[in-house]
Design a binder for this molecule. Structure first.
Ligand code: PLP
Length: 364
């Protein structure tokens, strides 16, 4: 039986949160002399930014809830996904005592956040086809394992994790939070785990405005979980964690969901073209299947290819030193023109010795 209170750090249960001016008076009308704001306006040429924003972002949550099929009270919004990742560690893991479980190769922030908080890492690598090694995971969970991180579609491999494996972990790990990071879910062929929130009180789903919505610069991450856990995260977050411009622009974006869907359709079509063109190159060894907006591609000489591309000002991500990603570069799907430029650059490389070429260019 899962009980949130046994997973939280004991002092979190009794903590008194900061009470902001906007928490204490929630009316919209009146003379506001309670928050030490500047009554005259802002030092910007345009726009009024002199008032603190809604600390709970209710307008966004009201609009987002029906889109995601959850209740507003099941939503936490953070300064990027980074904020809920860190808050989940701090809410549950006592430094030097508790642990989190990750499955490399995966997104780097889970490990960084654990390290910052002096929390032990249990690493259970994915299988060579980037799926959950279920027996190894189950065998590695200890009573101190507070968080189990799953990334689906996974970064950097791009694939969805098998739903059966995620479900088994949700069933078995009843003394941990099981977090499914769905940063790339809009590009995937399966529905979100958010539909299972009422069934699994230990489930946490992360999504973001940074990828499909095209709003990486705003820094807005979504976290969906039980009302009880969201309440705890609200208690320990910085009071005004989402800026007013971010809230306003996110609201506008949410009224234009079709625009997001259009972009996703285009990116998926480009992903297929990119994969096909990469497949025609003799020095491309594997194009891993992707349910995301990027491809993990194995080259016969990843380092030389990476260097050659950089010299031609085509920048991809070198993942060749990452576990199970030997020889792999991670390539984001760009516009049609950008993808063509990548492919043309790679075709040009075939006619020359890549290593020599990169030296020549860097010396010029
Ligand atoms: C890009 C990405 C995110 C998004 O991070 P933000 O802080 O919301 O920009 C989260 N998780 C994974 C796995 C990602 O690749």
């Amino acid at each position: 039986m899962f009980t949130l209170n046994t997973i939280l750090r004991p002092h979190i249960l009794t903590i008194t949160p900061y009470s902001s001016a906007r928490d204490e008076y929630t009316g919209k009308e009146g003379v506001f002399l309670d928050a030490n704001e500047n009554p005259l306006g802002s030092a910007t040429p345009q726009g009024d930014y002199n008032r603190y924003p809604d600390p709970h972002q209710w307008a966004i949550k009201q609009k987002l809830a029906p889109i995601k099929g959850v209740r507003p009270s099941q939503i936490f919004l953070g300064n990027g996904s980074d904020e809920p990742i860190d808050l989940l560690v701090r809410a549950t893991c006592t430094p030097g005592t508790d642990s989190i479980l990750i499955m490399p190769p995966t997104y780097g922030m889970y490990e960084v956040s654990a390290n910052i908080n002096d929390v032990e890492l249990i690493k259970v690598p994915l299988t060579p086809d980037f799926q959950v090694d279920l027996d190894a995971v189950i065998g590695s969970i200890t009573p101190k394992t507070k968080l189990i991180w799953l990334c689906s579609p996974n970064n950097p491999s791009g694939n969805l994790l098998q739903a059966d494996a995620i479900r088994t972990i949700l069933d078995i790990a009843d003394h941990s939070l099981v977090i499914v990071d769905e940063a790339y879910i809009d590009f995937a062929s399966t529905p979100s785990w958010t539909s299972e929130l009422d069934r699994y009180p230990n489930l946490v789903v992360l999504q973001t405005f940074s990828k499909a919505w095209g709003l990486a610069a705003l820094r807005l991450g979504m976290c969906f979980a039980s009302e009880e856990l969201i309440g705890v995260m609200n208690k320990i977050k910085p009071p005004y964690n989402i800026s007013a411009p971010t809230q306003a622009l996110a609201l506008e974006a949410l009224s234009r969901e079709a625009e997001k869907d259009n972009m996703v359709t285009k990116i998926l079509a480009e992903r297929a073209v990119l994969a096909e063109n990469l497949r025609s190159l003799p020095f491309v060894e594997v194009i891993h299947p992707s349910d995301a907006n990027f491809l993990l591609v194995q080259f016969d000489d990843a380092k030389a290819t990476f260097d050659y591309l950089i010299n031609q000002q085509v920048i991809v991500r070198d993942r060749s030193k990452v576990k199970l990603c030997d020889g792999c570069l991670r390539i984001s799907v760009g516009t049609a023109a950008e993808n063509e430029r990548l492919i043309e650059t790679l075709r040009h490389m075939t006619t020359e010795d890549p290593a020599t070429q990169s030296t020549l260019v860097s010396n010029s």
